[in-house]
Design a protein around this ligand. Sequence first.
Ligand code: MG
Length: 288
Amino acid sequence: MKFITFETKDGLTQWGMVQQDGLIQCLGKQQPYSSLLSLIEGGPQALSEIQSGLANKDLPLYNLSEVKIKAPYYPRKNIVCVGKNYKEHALEMSDQDYQAIPEFPVLFTKPYSSIIEHKGSVHSYPEITQELDYEGELAIIIGKKGINISKEEAHEYIFGYSIINDISARDLQKQHLQFFKGKSLDTFAPFGPVIVHRSAVPNPQDLQIKTFVNDEERQNASTKDMLFSIAEIIEVISRGMTVEPGDIIATGTPSGVGKGFKPPKFLKAGDTVRIEIDGIGRLENKVI
Ligand code: MG
């Protein structure tokens, strides 16, 4: 099951399920689930209600190529991000200093206001940053409320998976000591285009992530190389802190970011960044 939020030719925002044939079965009129977030927040009950309604022949169909894809949804809280979660990336960010490999997950957040949709434009802010960078990442979508979740039960708390580009202004990250500002400018979180239900992702720790800038491959790694697994990340984040349906966790980026090259290959206006994750999809955004 691949879920998508989109805008019709009449300017209406709808959500639905992408079928194999490239058609979207529109589910937005199934009350009370008017948005993809309401489906996720509705938990397993909402999902089974929607599934049992799929046979309804009256559901409108839209051609994927004829709608405008929107961000899947805007979460109620900041996106929680894991930094330095791939060894080679931790090393490239710190000139091969092995001390840089974290003992505990590095955590920071990005506000929902930084989210944009597939094909939306990333602003380069040349007056604010000279070190604009990309980070292709697998995103976890939480599907069930919980606290103190053990890694053994973590997968039950996942609704599905998506893609996030954790756009980063490296100079701002450094200037302000914490990552927050340099990661949070408007348009710095391309998200989507779809959310794939966990039932369609048999092993999320064995997915290939690739990032291309203007068709040049920059990142290519497997999620099996994460320092902290998806289950461990959920265990650590939920210690004493409730996670809720719709919360988004970005699981970190592999090596090959612009800052890791010598000389660095930062983004500039006109560049196109494309992130591909096996079985999840392809997220593409242009820098302006
Ligand atoms: Mg990141």
